[in-house]
Design a protein around this ligand. Structure first.
Ligand code: ZN
Length: 270
């Protein structure tokens, strides 16, 4: 388990006198990390992020409020609890394995560290639906962390992409990491009819005759470049990406694709 220190700055905080339980939350937002939540909570006039930890969809754990300080996450219940927030909106989304596993590991670590057993959902202590109806509480809180890595562990995205103009698994992983979508290196549920005209889209593209769903990554990219966010790549989306890059909008990804090279360079500058 790897906890990332975010080094956020807070207004004065009080030290928590006891720790008897962990309270679980969702962000009620599809994409956000500790830095963004910190900004939201400061805008509410709080000292800074109210949660002690944020578990990202890709399985990364980020520190929020210092662990020994009183949180601001469950009114009337902050004095003896640690607040853990999960990126996503689990009223509507389902949790992916990487995030579930990271949450299990974090909870196992905190239970051991504070010698406590009690884990609650926010809705048990306040009038809220948080952490959402699809939140896998039993799996999350009931399981002790597996001792050996399971097959759901997500590979770390490469630091620097080769600018080769071919969009394969590494480019996808890096983009998933940047956009905070589930990181598995696969662009899921794409229309097979667009495969042959886009040879620059390499391994890890999941082409189907009639895809039943959409790709969260493509949706996020479409939002970024101002295309309609249906989660499927096609000429419209590719043109929007090319316009966003000031490239000639021909609506296809050749091989090697200058447009994909620009995407890879953009990734390397994030
Ligand atoms: Zn909550």
């Amino acid at each position: 388990m790897n906890i990332i220190n975010t080094n956020l700055s807070f207004s004065p905080l009080s030290t928590r006198k006891s720790t008897t339980r962990i309270i679980l939350h969702h962000a009620a937002a599809s994409t956000c990390g500790a830095v963004v939540i910190h900004r939201w909570h400061k805008q509410r006039g709080w000292s800074g992020i109210g949660y002690h930890f944020v578990v990202r969809k890709n399985g990364t754990i980020e520190r929020g409020r210092p662990e020994n300080k009183t949180g601001a996450h469950a009114s009337g219940h902050n004095y003896d609890s640690i607040g853990v927030c999960f990126e996503g909106n689990f009223e509507t989304e389902a949790m992916y394995p990487a995030q579930l596993r990271a949450g299990q590991e974090l909870l196992a670590y905190l239970k051991k560290r504070y010698k406590i057993q009690k884990i609650q959902c926010h809705r048990e202590v306040g009038s809220t639906s948080c952490p959402g109806r699809n939140f896998p509480f039993t799996q999350m809180a009931g399981a002790s962390a597996p001792s050996s890595p399971s097959h759901t562990v997500v590979p770390a995205p490469p630091d620097k992409l080769a600018v080769d103009g071919c969009w394969g698994r590494k480019t996808t992983l890096r983009l998933q990491n940047i956009f905070g979508t589930p990181a598995d290196g696969i662009v899921s549920n794409q229309h097979l009819c667009y495969k042959s005209q886009n040879p620059g889209l390499d391994s890890g593209w999941d082409w189907k005759d009639k895809p039943a769903g959409a790709s969260p990554l493509i949706k996020a990219i479409q939002k970024k470049v101002g295309a309609s966010p249906d989660g499927h790549i096609g000429p419209q989306t590719i043109k929007a990406i090319q316009k966003w890059q000031n490239s000639t909008p021909d609506g296809t990804f050749s091989v090697p694709s200058p447009c994909i090279k620009k995407i890879q360079k953009w990734c390397n500058n994030q």
